[in-house]
Design a protein. Sequence first.
Lengths: 216, 422
Amino acid sequence: MTAAMRVRVFVVDDHELFRSGVRSGLGTSCEIVGDAGSVDEAVAGVLAAAPDVVLLDVHMPAGGGRAVIEGVRAGGGTTTRFLALSVSDAAEDVIGLIRAGARGYVTKSISAKDLAAAVRRIHDGDVVFSPRLAGFVLDAFAGAATQPLDPEMDLLTAREREALRYIARGYTYKEVAVELHISVKTVETHVSAVLRKLQLSNRHELTRWASERQLI
Amino acid sequence: MAETTAQRGTSTPGGDPAAAPRRAAAPRPRLERSRRDRVIGGVAAGIGQHLGLPPLTVRIAFVALSLAAGFGIVVYGLLWLLAPQEALAPDAAAAPRSRMLAVRPTPRQAFGGALIVAGILLLLLASGFWFDQSIAWPVSLAAIGFAVLWARSGEEGRGRWSLDAVMTGQTSLPRVAIGSVLIVVAMGVVLGNNYSLAAAGPMLLAAAVAIGGLGLLVGPWAWNVGRELIEERSQRVRTEARAEMAAHLHDSVLQTLALIQRAPESREMASLARTQERELRAWLYGRAPSLPGTRMRDAIDAMAGRVEREQHVNVEAVVVGDAEIDEHVQALVAAVGEATLNAAKHSGQTEVSVFVEVEADAISAFVRDHGAGFDPAAVASDRRGIADSIIGRLAAHGGTAEVHSKPGDGTEVVLRLPRKAA
């Protein structure tokens, strides 16, 4: 793999140890262009380095990952994509970050190999749905929307729901494609559509989750 | 009453000399208004319990005292206000809806109460203990207004006729209006009647009436607001302390545990750290702690933690929806646990995915690994574990289980438990 092909990654986490851990884990497959331990540092660093993918801690002092995304977007960093990393699996944290603009969510216990794969997928414009995130989404979209103002956005299609179920069951995109007799590309289209709904829907559950607790 | 006397009759001459002192040593029950045995407010029965007297005796005493210039009525009213209500029996607490209905006086109780009040008034009138008409009528009006204001849906919500309660329909607007109008009219009548005669201090009287009326109007509400404020404050202090601790532990312990799991040195260490992280996270960010063993979600999480601990694998458990645990759900959780344990033991992989989804008509569970897989048709008879503990167990509860596996392609156990129409 030549240097030009390597994904340029920026790591944001307020724990030095974790940053160096990611550095050594991803070092071979990605190019770490910088890291930061606070929201202000992160916004400035990301805008200066213009990385392809930012690995973003959910919880940080002074606004957390959400503040970083908002700061970078406000500063004109529109091409950078965000992958949320967290040790806490509270639904409101995850949904909040996704609604702020993150393209996927993984837990910090993920192996270096899987993390590298997730980074590459984010870089390629796809979204990363861990089984847990798929579970949260199924929970949030369970049943009929209380008031589907916009059925396009507030409801999942049967196909999207099926794909999410397989992901929650631990299937890879490729395996989902085989089970549903569709192409991997179509699976990616489905989960991308789900992510868009997650970000734009006005479903009560989602807005509640996103605003219920201030991210620490 | 007859029953009580009979009990005493048998116990006292019964001859056990230790019985009497022992009973005296037993702590007297607290003075509380009775919930079950009541004609008006449960005061008489409460006193009866407190003093060890039959309630009827107490009631008769109250009526007799009331004849003495209404003394009994005042005492009763004070006790009603001051004595706390008897705590709910546990089973009643579990059903708050029925509790609300239970405290509403039955028509018989209401009728009895009205009869008693009317009788007392007539007695007072007949015996000459009667107030000036100019006082009696306003007082009656104010009393009725007060009663209308207070008599909400039941004891629990007494005095809760805040704006909020009116808005949410807990207290009807007409009721508040009627009560307020009655009290205001009563104040007006008092003032009108006494305007000429109270030459000594009309201003003083007016002020007293106004304050009294205001007290009647606002008193119960203020009383309640004060109590709620205290409750709210202590609740908030608890929540803040918890959030602070969560933030602190998150920044220290959880991060460390996550780091340990990333270090490839020791599998046992990693699984230990994972277990600790899972437990701590559940405590920090979990739902309100439920009683152990009542929610399926908690049972699945606990199962996943157990398998992780024992088999040193990572169990990714995702649960959508939740259900109360009954014997059927219990069987499903056990079957899922068995399947997870199988996957952990035989797949040769360190990752097992568990997905459980609760739907209206069924609970589906999937246990998946990306391991060696096997040919289900060629399972040796010594691996009866799946057949017995998973398929058999579920079948006994009307459920089904299927095993999908191909050598080299991983294994998935699919469990399905129909739910009774809820």
